[in-house]
Design a protein around this ligand. Sequence first.
Ligand SMILES: O=C(O)CCC(=O)C(=O)O
Length: 289
Amino acid sequence: MLRRIKRFSQRLQRELSVIKPEIIGMINDRKGYLRQPRNQFTQQGYEVIPEFLDKQECDRLIKVADSYINNHSYVIAGDCYLLCRKDIHDVDLDVQQIMNAQEIDDQLAQLFNSHIIENIFEARTGERVLLRNISIKIDNPDTTSKRGYHTDCVTKTVYKVFIYLTDVNEYGDGPYTVIPGSHLHIYRRLVNYCYGWIKQVLYASRNSRNYKEDIQLLYNDTQAVPLFGKAGTMVISNQQLVHKGWHQQDKSRRYALVCYVIPVKDYHGQRFSFGRIALQQKNVEIISN
Ligand SMILES: O=C(O)CCC(=O)C(=O)O
């Protein structure tokens, strides 16, 4: 009991200390977006670019992914690792993701070093960006544990690229789903932040996501746009956009490349290690090959 009270009080202190910088950060992020050039990407927060990869390359990458799939997170080689989401949190339990896949595949290494992805963002935002990681994400059919609407962080801009490797033609294929323009909403986001803040203080545990990134109020599926596309379709997205992977993925396994991109101004040499640190902190064994 005493230990619980102590943990609660530590969490409360921590969360009290970040309220102000996080709210100021959200307001400043929005101001930054309003200064960007006006185009579909900066206004809507996403854009769909068809036929970025051909079918043959998509099929090849699926084979690469299949050769590394496993039920446990493990280090594949160097900085490349398979992250099974069930090992780090309580949502997306059927998602496996090969992080830093550019380290184990020459074609992906070429794409990683080519600056093609950075150019796409820079042409739209007018700001220099950095591609940090190309991952291969495998979303197995799941109708029970998909994460609901969220943003990737409370503040600071993160961009992602999704390149479908399988056709995503209908809801059952698990389309990436967005609320257009929501990266510019401030009041609705603040209401959700306050709600998430309270949940974070009351309920956060070792295995929970950051509740402050959840969007549970004032948005719903009627406002959402599911982004369908054939294998090879690229979606670029500002991850401050309210988004989710469609929650009723009951038809097929979806393979996609997911690339992580940040503004150069926010890069301070940090190594990409999403999930890896969490695995170590939570004492999940990382099985090395
Ligand atoms: O893969 C998807 O469709 C959803 C991904 C997502 O929610 C995220 O990357 O934050």
